[in-house]
Design a protein around this ligand. Structure first.
Ligand code: NAD
Length: 493
């Protein structure tokens, strides 16, 4: 279904796809589209249906083919929240969208609106940029033994470099002064180390932007206690998920925040809250979160003037005490329904706030800020096979028994060096109080340090293990890169 909303006479309407969503979705979307129309934003709207209705028809992603066609044509989706049915089998619509459309960057501004909306922090104004495609969210998980489960964390240099470039470009475009990277590279030296290294590398290209790094634990604590010290934060997928909620919570404006998912070719904009079925159809929902998502969409589309006008009208509305029930407080002057709140914003189009600082969006490059691809570096480093880790299932009391059994597989080319359990060396010659589990790692390296080994020698080792009835779970081949280990050592090694 396609309709043109308020043609601006000078500009060609820009096609976008709109999903009204579930629960409060339709009412907040109507309110937002009315504000956009009254602000004369030149949009050609293609409406799609996704979500609950399709989940119930057995479409496990909640997205029918016609919806994909529209999104692939317009490349921009404004989406109201979706109700995800409880129970197994259903895929998260958001995760499907992110992965399928390559939406690598999640951008979530977290702002407090003191004194007109209550907040723990008066002057909080930070933006979290979360890498959206990698990390533990790749969802590669295994149950390997009775006792042990495993999830694989994947970080790439190319994906990390891309999100760093996005973060610094975002800072430049939005007149931000500082980018802070958060990672856990004191523990995960290879994965988070690579993420941090890419931050350091890209930061050098932006000398005008201050750059610093926090370990994620203290970083999260500081977001909760001193959010004003942050400007733009860039982090990995899982950490970003957690700190986005901490930041939104302490800003006091969970119901007001919007979010953007940006890729090289596609983008999706939404509110951060859900479909609020408890208040659906009552005209009491606050449309502000979705409106902020829509404002981010306008900036992405290069409609910076429209974005500025609408954002300032919204700030003036809040400042004038025109509030929906969820943010009603002793500074409020009127309690408005969803429709009436939209009308209050419309009545203030063209006005600027007095207490809050007015916003002014700069024009962005054509095509928005997302057009950064992940480019793998040329393979210039010398990658050399130097050993193998064999992961085995073993259920016994005396680790020395396992050590002796596995040492029986040793050859001069691949000699058993150590066994570890849960990352701690447990054989040989280690006395530990740690309770071991039923999953061990056996590291085989050449007797002569640095000698070449071959994949055939690795497969021969596996054959010997199978012949001896050793219950192996998986292997990891060990490489050096220009002589530097591409694998971690065990604690206690
Ligand atoms: P929710 O955000 O929908 O609601 C939490 C509470 O906040 C409720 O009391 C609700 O009434 C209130 N609330 C939320 N938005 C509001 C608004 N705009 N104005 C006033 N009050 C508002 O979270 P939930 O109840 O955990 O989830 C409900 C459904 O939404 C679930 O099916 C969930 O899967 C889905 N969900 C969807 C998205 C999305 O589509 N992006 C995000 C989160 C949750």
């Amino acid at each position: 279904m396609s309709s043109v909303v308020q043609l601006n006479k000078k500009l060609q309407p820009v096609p976008i796809t709109v999903a009204y969503g579930d629960g409060i979705g339709p009412e907040i979307m109507e309110a937002v589209l009315k504000i956009l129309a009254e602000a004369r934003v030149p949009l050609q709207i293609d409406t799609i249906e996704v979500g609950q209705k399709f989940y119930e028809k057995g479409v496990t992603t909640g997205i029918p083919p016609a919806a994909w066609d529209s999104i692939r044509r317009t490349k921009v989706l404004l989406k109201a929240p979706i109700t995800t049915p409880q129970g197994g089998g259903y895929k998260s619509l958001n995760v499907t969208m992110r992965k399928s459309l390559g939406l690598y960057s999640n951008v979530r501004p977290c702002t407090s609106y003191h004194p007109f909306i209550k907040s723990m922090h008066a002057n909080m104004n930070l933006v979290i940029i979360r890498e959206n495609e990698e990390d533990l969210y790749a969802g590669i998980e295994y149950r390997q033994t009775q006792d042990a489960f495993q999830s694989v964390k994947i970080i790439t240099r190319s994906g990390s470099e891309r999100i760093m470039r996005y973060a610094f470009e975002y800072a430049v475009q939005n007149n931000r002064k500082k980018v802070t990277c958060m990672s856990k590279d004191n523990i995960m030296k290879l994965t988070d180390g690579a993420f941090h290294d890419m931050f350091t590398m890209v930061a050098k290209e932006y000398p005008q932007i201050e750059a610093d790094h926090y370990i994620i634990d203290i970083g999260s604590a500081r977001i909760a206690s001193k959010p004003h010290i942050f400007d733009v934060i860039v982090t990995e997928n899982l950490f970003g998920d957690i700190i986005s909620d901490i930041a939104a919570e302490v800003s006091g404006s969970v119901g007001l925040a919007g979010s953007a998912n940006i890729g090289a070719n596609y983008a999706m904009f939404e509110a951060i809250h859900g479909s609020a079925p408890d208040i659906a159809g009552k005209n009491i929902a606050n449309p502000s979160g979705l409106l902020h998502g829509a404002i981010m969409m306008l900036v992405h589309l290069g409609m910076n003037e429209h974005a500025t006008t609408i954002h300032n009208a919204w700030l003036k509305t809040i400042e004038d005490g025109q509030h929906t029930g969820d943010i009603f407080n002793d500074m409020s002057k009127a309690k408005l329904g969803c429709k009436e709140f939209a009308d209050a914003v419309i009545a203030r189009l063209g006005q600027e706030p007095n207490t809050y600082r007015p916003v002014k969006y700069a024009a962005v490059k054509e095509g928005g800020q997302g057009g950064i691809h992940a480019v793998m570096a040329k393979e210039t480093e010398v990658r050399k096979l130097v050993g193998v880790d064999l992961f085995v299932h073993w259920y016994g009391k005396d680790v020395n028994e396992l050590g002796t059994l596995l040492d029986g597989l040793s050859t001069p080319e691949l000699k058993l060096q150590m066994l570890s359990c849960k990352g701690l060396k447990v054989w040989p010659n280690i006395v530990t109080e740690m309770d071991v589990t039923d999953r061990f790692r056996a590291r085989f390296l050449p007797e002569t340090k640095g000698a070449d080994i071959t994949l055939k020698q690795v497969s021969d080792l596996l054959s010997r293990a199978a012949d001896k009835g050793i219950d192996y779970l998986k292997i990891e081949t060990l490489y050096t890169f220009d002589g530097k280990n591409g694998f971690s050592s065990s604690q206690g090694e």
